[in-house]
Structure formats: structure tokens, C-alpha cells
Design a protein around this ligand. Structure first.
Ligand SMILES: [Zn+2]
Length: 456
């Protein structure tokens, strides 16, 4: 992985943004610049995953000052990060939570909202406590694919220790928020001299005395992980049989895409009608009928994932096993649900037959997903959440589905990364370990997300 830090670019970024933010100290602007670099690589921070922070003090005149944590606001993109995407938090308040005991998501969102040092209209990252509990000045948290390739396997912790020795501590998966902050800061304390912590089924956090130091450390850790992986015994996949050429995959996609789109739209329409009926049954006094159920159906967009690595994996006899495994981190169910749907019907079959096959498969997926939500205590998931997000067809590639073209492309990026991590684990002789089942919906339906939506 290339280290993209460039002093001239950093100075350019700082002078451009200091015009609008004349009072922001240079260290904050440097950390904002470093954040754009971290977000530029999907194998480091896929679509805004991860966050950064920097600690400083805000002077209030008369010698008064308050210690502050500038931490990335939730939902802001790393790659296009601007200084105003940092939320200035009262660091003393955040540190006080450490000894104050666990707090739930709603309380955390309220506390975060009430203890900002400059009103931003934004909610800081759900991972802000983890940043606050690490005493170092600059903190970078990313989701590097190379680290997940080492740790998301049976015996991953031992392997990570073999690679990094005492430089990195490892913690098992913990829920984001208070639990994770306590686990990470506890591991950092216990392993004095460590430079960072790996969170299994999640990512990496490192720290330094400034933006450059933390950024350089992230890149050097990822490079070491990549070298370690390439030195491991290689067990190539069983040779692929009949890999579909890219141009044929595009032709086949053009044949099947309208059928998939129709089937998914139909399933979404039916689910939304179901939602409407259940709302009507549960709350007869609520106004309804002004919009028919179809009017608020969102569009269904598709994106074809047919890169050579993906087509080869699908065509390998080992491909289906590698592809059809539960997710590795809670980011993935949000993007492609629990499992991709494997469509095993010839592209040259009668279009009616293909439609009926896809419709049945989508319905089965919806039922299975509903069952999973119920099992994990999630109620009232919106209709689009139940639909598949990735359909694998051996003669096409992966048909990725989203409510918008951008969401479909995002599903494609996550799908490709998930496949490549699992394949790397298999090819280095490892046994993939998925996220513990109770955490599958950890991010998607959390109170903090709800609080965010309700504007707390
Ligand atoms: Zn994270």
C-alpha cells in the first residue's frame, strides 16, 4: 500500500481550508488532510468506514481553556473529508464516561449532542469514546482488508501476534460504543508499548503524536500485514472451469438484468403493501390511503460485478463455498445482507422460466431474512432491507442491487472486497471465521442510528 502523504499537498489543503477556518490550529487541518488519504483507498476504509480524531485545547480568553476531542462526524465521507466534518467535543466529559459505567445508545447520543464545544449540527461517530479513551493526540481508525485477512480466521489472534509481536494488541469483537471503547483502551493499557489495537471482525486503531505519525503507522502496519500474507504457504483455488469471458458476461447480464429488476421490484412492492396493511391494522386512526403503497416504492438499481478475479472465483469448484459464507464484520449485512443469492439457472432457458426461478429465489431470501431479523429481535425493518443485494450467476458474475445506482455500486464494492478477503484466507490455508451471529445486525438497527435519524 502506497504512503500518499505529501507535504506540498498537505500545505495546499491547509491553506485552502484555513481561509474558511482561520481559528483552527494547524494540527487539526493536518489530521483532516490525513483523513482524506485514509479514505482514498477502499482496502483501508471502504466507503467512509473508519474515523479519525485529534485532541487539542480550545482557549476561551482570560487564560481559560477546555480540552477538546475533534472527532469525525458520523456519516461523513473520509475520502472527501473537510475540517468542518470534525465535531469538537468536551474531552473531559467523554473521559468521565469511562468511570461512569455503561450507557445505552440513546443516552450516548444525547450526551454527545449536549457536550459539543461548537455547535455543528452533526453527531460525532459512534466510535468517539474509543478515540477519547486513548490518551494519544492523533488517533486513526480504519478497516484494512489486509488485517481482516489475518484476523478473521480460526487462530487469527495467534497469527496476528506472530506477524506483529507486541506492536499490536488484539481484542475480540465488541459492540461499537462504550463496550468497544473499554475493550480497546483496556488492551492498550495492558500491553504497554503497543502501537495500536486490532479489533477482530472490525478493524485497526493506531495512535501517534500527530497526524503524520498516525497515518504513517497505519500504512506501515498494512504493508507488514500484506507482506506476511504473501509469505504464507499458498494453496491456490482448485482451477476454475469454464470462466465466462467478460464480454459474454456483459451480454448475459443484459439478458437477465430486466428480469432481475422486475422480480426484485415486484417483491419490494408486495413487501411495501404488506407494510401498509400491517400499519393500517395496527393503527386504524392513522391517516392512510392518500398515497397508494406503490407510490413510495423506491427504484431498484443494478450494478454488474464481473472483474476477472470475481469471475474466476465463481467458476472455481471452491467458489460457492467461499462466497456463500456469513459476513465478517457488521458493515457487510448492511450492504449485501447475510448471504448472496446463488442463481443456478441457465441463461439460455426460457425467460419465463428464469423469471419464475429468480422470483422464487428472491421470495425464499426474503423469508429467510425475516426469520433472521426475528431471531435477533429486530422488529419493523423497512421493505428494502429484506431484499437480496447480491445475486451470483455463474454465466453473468454478480448482479448487485441497490435503491440507487450509487447504492448498487457500493454493494458491488463490498461484495468484491468480501470475496477477496475470504479467498485470501482460503489460499493461505486458513479457515474463515464469520462474525458471531448475535452481532450480525449490530450496526444496522441500533439505537444510536435511530437517535441519529431522529436528530438527537
Ligand atoms: Zn469501525
Amino acid at each position: 500500500m502506497v504512503n500518499h502523504w505529501n507535504d506540498a499537498s498537505e500545505q495546499g489543503y491547509a491553506s485552502r481550508h484555513s481561509i474558511r477556518h482561520p481559528r483552527l490550529e494547524r494540527g487539526i487541518l493536518r489530521q483532516a488532510y490525513a483523513t482524506t488519504l485514509l479514505g482514498a483507498d477502499n482496502d483501508l476504509a471502504m466507503h467512509g468506514g473508519g474515523n479519525t480524531s485529534i485532541k487539542t485545547a480550545i482557549a476561551y480568553g482570560g487564560g481559560n481553556e477546555k480540552r477538546a476531542l475533534y472527532v469525525k462526524a458520523t456519516g461523513t465521507p473520509l475520502g472527501a473529508f473537510l475540517p468542518e466534518h470534525f465535531v469538537a467535543m468536551d474531552l473531559e466529559f467523554l473521559e468521565g464516561i469511562r468511570s461512569g459505567g455503561a450507557l445505552d445508545d440513546e443516552a450516548m447520543a444525547r450526551g454527545f449532542s449536549d457536550h459539543q464545544l461548537a455547535q455543528s449540527g452533526r453527531l460525532p461517530s459512534i466510535e468517539s469514546l474509543m478515540h477519547a479513551f486513548i490518551p494519544a493526540k492523533a488517533v486513526d481508525h480504519t478497516h484494512p482488508a489486509a488485517i481482516l485477512k489475518i484476523v478473521n480466521r480460526v487462530g487469527g489472534t495467534e497469527l496476528l501476534k506472530e506477524c506483529f509481536g507486541g506492536d499490536l494488541a488484539v481484542v475480540p469483537y465488541a459492540r461499537m460504543g462504550y463496550d468497544l471503547a473499554m475493550a480497546v483502551s483496556g488492551a492498550a493499557l495492558e500491553n504497554s508499548g503497543c502501537k495500536g489495537v486490532v479489533m477482530a471482525h472490525h478493524g485497526l486503531i493506531v495512535w501517534g503524536e500527530g497526524a503524520r505519525e498516525a497515518y504513517d503507522l497505519t500504512i506501515s502496519i498494512v504493508n507488514k500485514a500484506e507482506e506476511f500474507l504473501s509469505s504464507m504457504a499458498s494453496l491456490p483455488l482448485s482451477p476454475a472451469v469454464g470462466v465466462v469471458p467478460e464480454d459474454v458476461s456483459v451480454k448475459n447480464y443484459e439478458l437477465i438484468a430486466p428480469i432481475v429488476k422486475e422480480c426484485v421490484s415486484q417483491a419490494q412492492l408486495l413487501l411495501s403493501v404488506g407494510d401498509e396493511e400491517s400499519r393500517t391494522t395496527q393503527a386504524p386512526s392513522e391517516p392512510h390511503g392518500a398515497n397508494n403503497a406503490g407510490a413510495d416504492i423506491d427504484n431498484v438499481s443494478l450494478s454488474l460485478l464481473n472483474t476477472p478475479d470475481v469471475l474466476e472465483l465463481i467458476a472455481s469448484p471452491d467458489g460457492k463455498n467461499i462466497i456463500c459464507d456469513p459476513p465478517m464484520t457488521p458493515d457487510y449485512p448492511m450492504r449485501f445482507r447475510i448471504l448472496p443469492l446463488w442463481a443456478n439457472i441457465s441463461i439460455s432457458a426460457d425467460p419465463q422460466k428464469i423469471a419464475s426461478y429468480i422470483q422464487t429465489a428472491v421470495d425464499k431470501h426474503v423469508d429467510g431474512y425475516k426469520g433472521n431479523l426475528k431471531k435477533h429481535g429486530v422488529a419493523g425493518a423497512p421493505a428494502p432491507d429484506l431484499l437480496p443485494r447480491a445475486i451470483v450467476h455463474p454465466q453473468v458474475g454478480v448482479i448487485c442491487i441497490g435503491q440507487t445506482a450509487a447504492a448498487a455500486r457500493m454493494a458491488a464494492d463490498f461484495t468484491r472486497q468480501a470475496f477477496s478477503i475470504r479467498r485470501a484466507i482460503a489460499e493461505s490455508g486458513g479457515v474463515y471465521e464469520s462474525l458471531p451471529e448475535e452481532y450480525i445486525f449490530d450496526m444496522q438497527y441500533r439505537g444510536y442510528q435511530k437517535a441519529k435519524m431522529e436528530g438527537h
